[in-house]
Design a protein around this ligand. Structure first.
Ligand SMILES: NC(=O)c1ccc[n+]([C@@H]2O[C@H](COP(=O)([O-])OP(=O)(O)OC[C@H]3O[C@@H](n4cnc5c(N)ncnc54)[C@H](O)[C@@H]3O)[C@@H](O)[C@H]2O)c1
Length: 370
């Protein structure tokens, strides 16, 4: 006997991304106005660096507006993006009496937004969440697009879910307190967006990249908009990464592996920068980019103060093995996505954007990267 549970769904997960300056008051007024539906209490999640800079101020604004809010602060850094930290936050929320009546407000960089979005997606089988992004990297990439995850000892982002926020606030003023390395890390994802889908953004960066370090208002607003536009164009067509969304992984096959093998001494964007050069070098061998394009990519990454070589302390053999933890690996075979010159991606067939690469090819490229 078959009992058919017909359950066709039409879901509207649309949300706004607001790019602006000091958006705490806007956040609070929109929460008061029902941004998170019927949520009657809020859990603000932040990290130990962001809490004294922005988290506490937003908490105070929420409390002053009469919003019942508690804050949970996690230690800053990638090492907090774990299943154990998710459990810690969930237990804390339960002990505070949260049930399905709550909403999660993530105030921080990509670690906080990735972890908070995942917590919100499973707490009480799903409660609303909002991202208040305080790094260029989270503005450029992590807080937008609905991918949430935690890392495991094997590799980064292996456990997680697609979960779209109710709104994303990109507060450019918060970049003024970011250390240079963190700004550079965010620029890596911005350069990636130029490489994969926006040659004008790439050229704009070639003219203006130094101004990002001065937090130039016009330049920061421009790159924020272009980052969102590139990412949205891809995600709206393939939210669940069944094909096209793989292109957002440009540079991440080597990047994620380098990040893990470095024991997180390299920041995410620094590792992505190395990965972007690796795919471009491989692309040069395969005829997808030319020498001049490879040089432009390396030069721009260099001006963004990003590494373009693999640090000596990383073992090449271990790195090649780590490539096989990539989520694009199919039937034990490695796959890379490639740019087609600057501003476009290679397509290898109907909805196929990745190409199988042998272990020998990958190992040879890695050897040239020291
Ligand atoms: N979900 C996605 O689609 C996606 C995309 C790209 C990256 N990511 C993830 O994002 C993470 C990296 O993001 P990140 O670089 O923002 O990391 P992060 O959250 O660790 O922030 C970087 C550092 O800057 C500090 N910080 C944050 N805002 C600050 C501010 N305004 N002033 C001073 N210090 C500040 C943090 O405390 C931390 O020490 C990685 O875990 C990566 O996997 C996710």
């Amino acid at each position: 006997m078959i009992f058919n549970c017909e359950l066709v769904k039409t879901v509207d997960d649309s949300y706004d991304i607001e790019v602006g300056h000091s958006l705490g008051d806007t956040l609070v007024s929109e929460l008061s106005g029902g941004l998170c539906g019927k949520a009657s209490r809020f859990i603000l999640i932040s990290d130990s660096n962001v809490e004294p800079l922005y988290g506490r101020e937003i908490l105070e604004k929420m409390l002053s507006a009469g919003l019942k809010t508690d804050m949970i602060v996690i230690p800053a850094g990638e090492k907090s993006k774990t299943r154990e930290m998710k459990e810690y936050i969930e237990d804390k929320m339960l002990s505070l009496g949260c049930r399905r009546d709550c909403a999660v407000i993530a105030v921080g960089g990509g670690v906080v937004t990735d972890l908070s979005g995942y917590v919100a997606g499973t707490f009480g089988r799903g409660v609303p969440f909002v991202n208040y992004a305080t790094t260029l990297l989270s503005a450029a990439d992590a807080s937008v697009g609905g991918k949430t995850a935690v890392d495991t000892p094997l590799a980064t982002n292996l456990i997680g879910m697609f979960n779209q926020p109710k709104k994303v606030y990109i507060d450019i003023d918060t970049w003024k307190t970011l250390p240079q390395r963190e700004l550079s890390s965010g620029l890596a994802e911005t350069i990636k967006h130029g490489c994969l889908g926006d040659s004008e953004l790439f050229e704009y960066l070639e003219k203006n990249i130094e101004k990002v370090f001065d937090c130039d208002r016009e330049v920061c607003e421009y790159i924020s908009h272009r980052n969102c536009a590139v990412k949205y164009k891809v995600v709206m067509q393939d939210e669940r990464e069944s094909g096209l969304r793989e292109i957002l992984n440009l540079g991440h096959t080597v990047g994620r592996a380098v990040e893990t093998v470095s024991g997180y001494r390299l920041l995410h964007g620094e590792a992505v920068a190395i990965g972007l050069v690796a795919q471009a070098r491989l692309g040069l061998e395969l005829g997808f980019v030319d020498e001049r394009e490879l040089d432009r990519i390396k030069a721009l990454l260099g001006r963004a103060k990003l590494p373009v070589r693999i640090p000596e302390y990383i073992d090449a053999g271990e790195l090649v093995e780590k490539l096989y933890t990539d989520k694009k690996v199919r039937n034990g075979r490695l796959r890379f996505v490639f740019e087609d010159g600057i501003g476009k991606m290679k397509c290898f067939g109907d909805n196929v954007y990745s190409l199988e690469i042998s272990k020998e090819q990958a190992a040879r490229i890695i050897d040239t990267m020291y």
